[in-house]
Design a protein around this ligand. Structure first.
Ligand code: SIN
Length: 305
């Protein structure tokens, strides 16, 4: 059997498959279906300082090859996550997790980061400057080099854990934002978050989502995400967690060839709770089919030679 191990910002993973933030909660619901310790890791739901109810429904819509969400960072707040969710999570998952850090000001990001920094099971902080569904925070920080760098530097100074900055595709030049984050101290980058999109209901002739717009994810965005991972890999020297529409073992290998050290799986979890488990189980056979014995050497492999 081939070697599935990889490394993300200095932490070894048994395999590259990481459920994406917002599609896996804190792991508990999925642990009822299978032993989630088969995962490389997972990224928890984006967490803010205070509890949030999120946006009003409807906040989910279908796309032709994917789905839209406008959840609006619903979460119980960092103190509840640490006191209630993390102890339960530790019972079912025994590896480091990514803590997805959200905020509406640099100070809020820093406060959330400091609280996660004190948690033993948090391996990495994933700085979410890319949520398209909130005003005054999220993607607002990730669409200019200056604000992306400012929040990256502030959070970097507040943590001892590897800092992975999650980027939005809703910009003209993702490479310049990626470079700004690297220069500001990011240890890694994750990309892409969802693509700003909308649907209109033909019966009501109004937008389906109460928030009007939402983030598109699922197979429709995979080639777009792959292109951005490719471009960012060419421009930075820090590791990339590649995600966006990944739904098969073949997609994982393609992402790694484009430059991803590990690969996030998002919308696929909502369609099939066993998606990540199935991808991990299928990886050895797909690797064998394409003559791959070891995943680490293929990272960025499509750029060379
Ligand atoms: C949301 O809660 O609206 C989605 C989270 C994200 O896109 O980062």
């Amino acid at each position: 059997m081939g070697n599935l191990n990889t490394n993300l910002c200095g932490i070894e993973l048994d395999n590259p498959v990481i459920p994406a933030s917002g599609t896996f909660g804190y792991g508990l619901e999925f642990a009822r279906f299978y032993d989630i310790n088969c995962l490389g890791s997972f990224s928890c739901k984006g967490t803010t300082l205070e509890p949030r109810f999120g946006n009003p429904a409807p906040r989910i819509a279908e796309g032709n090859a994917g789905m839209l969400n406008s959840v609006g960072l619903q979460n119980p707040g960092i103190d509840h996550v640490i006191s209630e969710e993390m102890p339960k999570m530790a019972e079912v998952f025994h590896k480091p997790i990514l803590a997805n850090v959200c905020g509406f000001s640099v100070e809020e990001y820093v406060q959330v980061a400091k609280k996660f920094d004190a948690c033993d099971q948090v391996g990495w902080l994933e700085l979410n400057i890319s949520c398209p569904n909130v005003h005054g925070g999220g993607m607002g920080f990730g669409t200019s080099c200056e604000s992306a760098a400012e929040v990256t530097a502030a959070v970097k100074a507040a943590t001892r854990k590897p800092l992975i900055v999650k980027l939005t595709p809703n910009v003209t030049d993702i490479v310049s934002i990626a470079k700004a984050c690297e220069e500001a101290g990011a240890d890694g980058l994750s990309l892409i978050n969802t693509v700003l999109a909308m649907r209109i209901d033909l019966n009501t002739k109004k937008p389906v989502l109460t928030n009007i717009t939402g983030g598109l994810s699922g197979p429709a965005v995979f080639p777009l995400a792959l292109r951005m991972v490719w471009q960012v890999y060419e421009a930075v020297s820090i590791p990339i967690l590649g995600l966006g529409g990944v739904s098969s073992a073949e997609d994982v290998i393609e992402m790694m060839l484009a430059g991803a050290s590990a690969v996030g799986v998002g919308a696929a979890n909502l369609r099939d709770p066993f998606a990540c488990k199935n991808i991990i189980e299928q990886l050895p056979a797909v690797m064998e089919k394409y003559g791959i014995n070891d995943l680490k050497p293929i990272i960025g492999g499509a750029h060379h030679g």
